[in-house]
Write a protein that binds this ligand. Structure first.
Ligand code: SAM
Length: 268
């Protein structure tokens, strides 16, 4: 069966794309997720797994600059049953300045692994519940299949979360694209004053030379048809033969309203 997902490019995936520009865009995504309360949604999903499986470490894969996972950790630690939980962030290409930011702080419960951790190979990943937050759609189908198969083969718990969904027919997506891009670019102009940390690059390349709004709008829109819909996930999972391992999937919810989709793989 054919996947609905299509392979478009996103600026942030190019290795020539400057790190400082990627960071400016990531800061906007984190701000958007804070506005939407994504950390609470994720914390709820994760807390259940940690408690039910007796796990005390979260190993985030494809962490980039961390996204909302540090916020999620703080929420989890407010729960008396989870106040010992640790977060280890990892990436295939760990970035030196991000490593420094997380590894030189005084909080022992949060760290960034300096070694390259490939999400397609769970044998090399640190212990704990593996999470992939808004990073699974960056994986082309061959890699996506490897990730699911590797989690299952190594009997590792895995939570995949995507804030968006891929429900719009592709033709309609193309038709609406010009308007959607303009709306997102205008949104960036209003969101930017609330970005933390607010650097001179963020201001100059938003209001004077508007590279950030253009790249953010494209990546934001392009990521939607790149998301593996729940139906796509069903197709990918149907190719696996789980033994002593259970897959579940569905809509994540905030106050009974849908907020993103998730796929969870757990050893029995
Ligand atoms: C969109 S970014 C980071 C998303 C981040 N989780 C967040 O919420 O902001 C996706 C990341 O996946 C990483 N990546 C790409 N292929 C990977 C792989 N095979 N294994 C691990 N990380 C990978 C990239 O280096 C990039 O930092």
């Amino acid at each position: 069966m054919e996947l609905k997902r299509i392979q478009l490019f996103e600026f942030e995936d190019f290795n020539w794309f400057p790190d400082w520009l990627r960071t400016c865009m990531t800061n906007l995504i984190v701000l958007l997720q804070r506005m939407l309360g994504t950390s609470e949604v994720l914390a709820k999903l994760i807390a259940n797994v940690l408690k039910n499986q007796g796990i005390s470490q979260i190993t985030d894969l494809g962490s980039g600059s961390g996204g909302v996972m540090p916020d999620v950790l703080q929420i989890l630690k407010e729960d008396s049953e989870l106040n010992e939980v640790r977060l280890v962030m990892t990436d295939l290409y760990p970035n030196a300045s991000i490593l420094k930011k997380f590894n030189e702080n005084k909080d022992d419960s949060i760290s960034y692994d300096p070694s390259s951790v490939d999400a397609t190979n769970f044998s090399s990943a640190p212990e704990g519940l593996k999470t992939m937050v808004n990073s699974f759609h960056h994986m082309p189908p061959d890699k996506a299949r490897k990730i699911l198969a590797s989690a299952q083969e190594h009997k590792q718990p895995l939570l995949i979360y995507e804030l968006g969904d891929n429900k719009l027919p592709v033709l309609l997506w193309w038709f609406l694209l010009p308007v959607s891009l303009i709306i997102l670019m205008i949104m960036v102009l209003f969101m930017t004053p609330f970005v933390k940390p607010l650097t001179w690059q963020q201001l100059v390349f938003t209001y004077l030379i508007p590279i950030i709004p253009v790249c953010y709008a494209w990546d934001g829109q392009a990521s939607l048809p790149r998301i593996y819909s729940l139906k796509d996930m069903e197709i990918l999972l149907s190719e696996l033969n789980p033994q002593n391992y259970v897959w579940t999937k569905g809509y994540a919810k905030k106050n009974s309203k849908k907020q993103g989709i998730y796929v969870m793989g757990l050893p029995k």
